[in-house]
Ligand binder design. Structure first.
Ligand SMILES: [Zn+2]
Length: 325
């Protein structure tokens, strides 16, 4: 039975209709968590390196959960343009103040990614204090996901899939098509070391504001290039995961990436750095517990059941709950 599950999983993945997309795409999320491990100090590497396959594979769990849990979607984005012009000072950065001003329901409606990241960080700190192997691994993988999402410009804008400007598909174009075509060959993931973050709240809000500022170029450059490319040159039948599908052509993708002048590579690199630094910060704040003895631990029965359940729900091929991307 166990051997059947992965086969089914991949079969379903290939058969997915084209409208199904994921934050940063599965490919980029997995790469980002993978590279983040190499920024850690030796005291953490003893645990993270042997579990690097888990951390990359499960980087996508929060996106899978969007097909089963209605409240999950809001944790991945914030439509910050809803709160007025940049730098959106009308929106309090502290959760309590924001709730007092707008109410929780309204905040949830427009997305809560930065506050979710702060919550996940304290969950990870507690996991380190408890020396709970399963909780450390699961929370690290998922924290990585949400941090990476916060670095995506279209995760901070209400026109998140170009739906207001006749640019549907731009979401997956930016965060899946470009990295899948270019990351391996052209992006540099040699990034240095994780750093202790004094004020994680401040730090993540800065990243969100950078994303928000970049959203306009992400959208407008695609529009400019679309005027220059004939329809049959903009899209092409090209290979993806071993299948020929109609997608943005390589030529269009490369020109777009050049026009963005390295933005996607920078956001990926910044994601990697931020994730490693948040993992490291949680560990330091927990009092730097020794992790060597956790290195040979395994996931509990209930953890494994939880992973299987998540995959089963996702494999059913239902609709993404909340808003589509
Ligand atoms: Zn996501």
């Amino acid at each position: 039975m166990k051997r059947v599950v992965p086969i089914l999983f991949f079969t379903v993945l290939f058969l997915l209709p084209a409208h199904r997309s994921y934050c940063w795409g599965f490919y980029a999320h997995q790469k980002i968590n993978y590279y983040a491990v190499f920024l850690l100090p030796p005291e953490m590497l003893v645990l993270y390196k042997p579990n690097i396959a888990f951390l990359s594979e499960h980087a996508t769990d929060p996106d899978k959960r969007r097909y089963a849990v209605p409240g999950e979607g809001a944790r991945h984005y914030i439509d910050i343009d809803h709160y007025g012009p940049y730098p959106y000072n009308t929106l309090p950065r502290k959760w309590k103040d924001a709730v007092a001003k707008y109410g929780e329901d309204s905040l949830l409606a427009y997305g809560v990614v930065p506050w979710n990241i702060e919550g996940m960080l304290s969950r990870l700190t507690n996991a380190f204090k408890e020396k709970d192997f399963g909780k450390i691994m699961k929370t690290s993988a998922e924290l990585g996901h949400y941090i990476a999402d916060a670095h995506v410009p279209l995760h901070t804008n209400s026109n998140h899939n170009g739906q207001f400007t006749n640019q549907r598909g731009i979401h997956a174009f930016w965060e899946s098509r470009v990295p899948e075509l270019l990351a391996e060959k052209e992006f540099d993931f040699f990034i240095g070391r994780a750093q202790y973050i004094q004020n994680p709240g401040d730090f993540i809000w800065k990243r969100v504001l950078e994303s928000a500022k970049a959203a306009d170029s992400v959208l407008s450059f695609e529009r400019i290039l679309t005027r220059k490319f004939r329809e049959d040159k903009k899209y092409a039948f090209e290979e993806r995961n071993g299948k020929m599908i109609r997608q943005y052509s390589s030529a269009f993708t490369i020109v777009y990436n050049n026009m963005l002048n390295g933005m996607i590579e920078r956001r990926m690199r910044q994601s990697v750095f931020c994730i490693a630094s948040f993992w490291y910060t949680a560990w330091v704040n927990a009092g730097q517990p020794g992790l060597k003895e956790l290195a040979n631990k395994h996931f509990s029965e209930s953890d494994i059941k939880e992973f299987e359940q998540l995959n089963n729900d996702w494999n059913k091929g239902g609709k993404m709950m909340g808003r589509e991307e």
